[in-house]
Design a protein around this ligand. Structure first.
Ligand SMILES: C[S@@+](CC[C@H](N)C(=O)[O-])C[C@H]1O[C@@H](n2cnc3c(N)ncnc32)[C@H](O)[C@@H]1O
Length: 216
């Protein structure tokens, strides 16, 4: 095994120090149970994107215990927005609701118990930002319906998009003229570097060559 790189270890400590007691508790709990919550650097970055976008209508697909929902919820609360987060596991829904209550975000974050694809099919709001964090092999199928629920200049962030299971998604996103797409490689503390890519797709005002629709 390679010797630890002191610079990488230092960066890990620095990045790992983001967030407060509740977030640390949720990180430790997730690590102990093998739940793949985002980690402070990736979640903090997505929360910053939400802030840039105005933080009003935010959607998360894949809640787990509500860790990244807390990051998004804090931005939404500050900016007068709201977060909808969808989770299909009933026990995790209960846990996430309890954690969001603890964070004082129960009035800001709505945890929907159900399937992400069923949620996307329902008519409803369009979003400023969608965080896609379900099973990576389902990302490709989510691209079209998520794109339809994004406002112009809305942002789609796909977590763990460096996974080979997200290859089809990345390939489709990169060739989808509705989006400007960037793959951001990172080495977030506590996560495997080869999986930590975020794919960030910003919905264009209109696809190349098409007329702009009304702004959402
Ligand atoms: C990686 S975890 C989410 C982590 C969370 N976003 C965080 O960072 O705190 C993925 C979650 O998505 C849920 N999930 C997977 N497929 C889903 C689907 N089709 N609809 C709703 N939830 C789904 C799983 O039950 C799991 O809790």
């Amino acid at each position: 095994m390679a010797a630890p790189d002191p610079a990488a270890e230092d960066l890990r400590r620095l990045l790992g120090a983001r967030g407060d007691g509740l977030l640390r508790e949720l990180e430790r709990d997730a690590q102990a149970r093998g739940l793949a919550v985002m980690g402070p650097s990736a979640a903090g970055f997505v929360a910053s994107l939400a802030r840039v976008r105005g933080g009003r209508d935010l959607l998360e697909l894949g809640t787990a215990t509500g860790y990244s929902s807390v990051w998004l919820g804090r931005v939404a609360r500050e900016l007068g927005g709201k977060v909808t987060t969808v989770e299909r596991d009933a026990a995790l829904v209960q846990e996430a609701r309890a954690n969001l209550l603890k964070a004082g975000l129960d009035g800001v974050v709505q945890v929907v118990h159900g399937d992400a694809f069923a949620f996307l099919e329902e008519p409803g709001d369009r979003f400023d930002l969608v965080l896609l964090d379900i099973v990576e092999s389902e990302y490709a199928a989510a691209l079209k319906p998520v794109g339809e629920r994004l406002k112009p200049r809305g942002v789609l962030v796909a977590n763990h998009a460096g996974s080979p299971r997200a290859r089809e998604f990345n390939s489709l996103a990169l060739s989808d003229e509705r989006f400007d797409v960037s793959l951001l490689y990172g080495f977030w503390p506590g996560h495997a570097p080869e999986w930590d890519t975020l794919t960030v797709a910003v919905r264009r005002e209109s696809p190349a060559g098409a007329r702009a629709g009304p702004l959402g």
